[in-house]
Design a protein. Structure first.
Length: 105
C-alpha cells in the first residue's frame, strides 16, 4: 500500500550549491531505490535555527513530497541518519482527505 509522505530536511549551512544538489539527489535516489516516487521537491533556502544543532546556527531547508510503502520509510530514515550533511529530518504521513459524499452516507 503506497501512502503520501512529507519529508522535511535541514542540511548543513556550509554546503555549496553542488553539495546541496548532491544531497537532495541522494535522498531522491534512496526513495526511488525503495520503490517510492518523488512527487515534488521544494527548496526553502537558508534559515536561522531556533537552537544549535551540531554547533550550527543556520540550515538549508528542503521539503520533499513522496509516495512510499510504509515499510520503506525505516530504511530511508536509516540512510538519512547516517548522512553527515543532514542535520535533522522529519517524515510525516499525509492523511487522505475525507470525501464529503462518504461522510454524508
Amino acid at each position: 500500500m503506497v501512502r503520501d509522505y512529507e519529508l522535511t530536511l535541514i542540511l548543513r549551512s556550509q554546503l555549496e550549491e553542488e553539495g546541496i544538489a548532491s544531497t537532495i539527489e541522494k535522498v531522491k535516489g534512496w526513495i526511488e531505490g525503495e520503490g517510492g516516487t518523488v512527487v515534488r521537491v521544494d527548496h526553502w533556502g537558508r534559515r536561522r535555527l531556533a537552537y544549535l544543532i551540531r554547533k550550527e546556527r543556520e540550515g538549508f531547508y528542503v521539503f520533499v513530497l513522496a509516495q512510499l510503502d510504509p515499510a520503506q520509510v525505516v530504511r530511508i530514515e536509516r540512510n538519512i541518519k547516517l548522512s553527515e550533511d543532514i542535520l535533522r529530518h522529519l517524515f510525516v504521513r499525509i492523511e487522505p482527505e475525507s470525501k464529503p459524499e462518504a461522510a454524508a452516507a
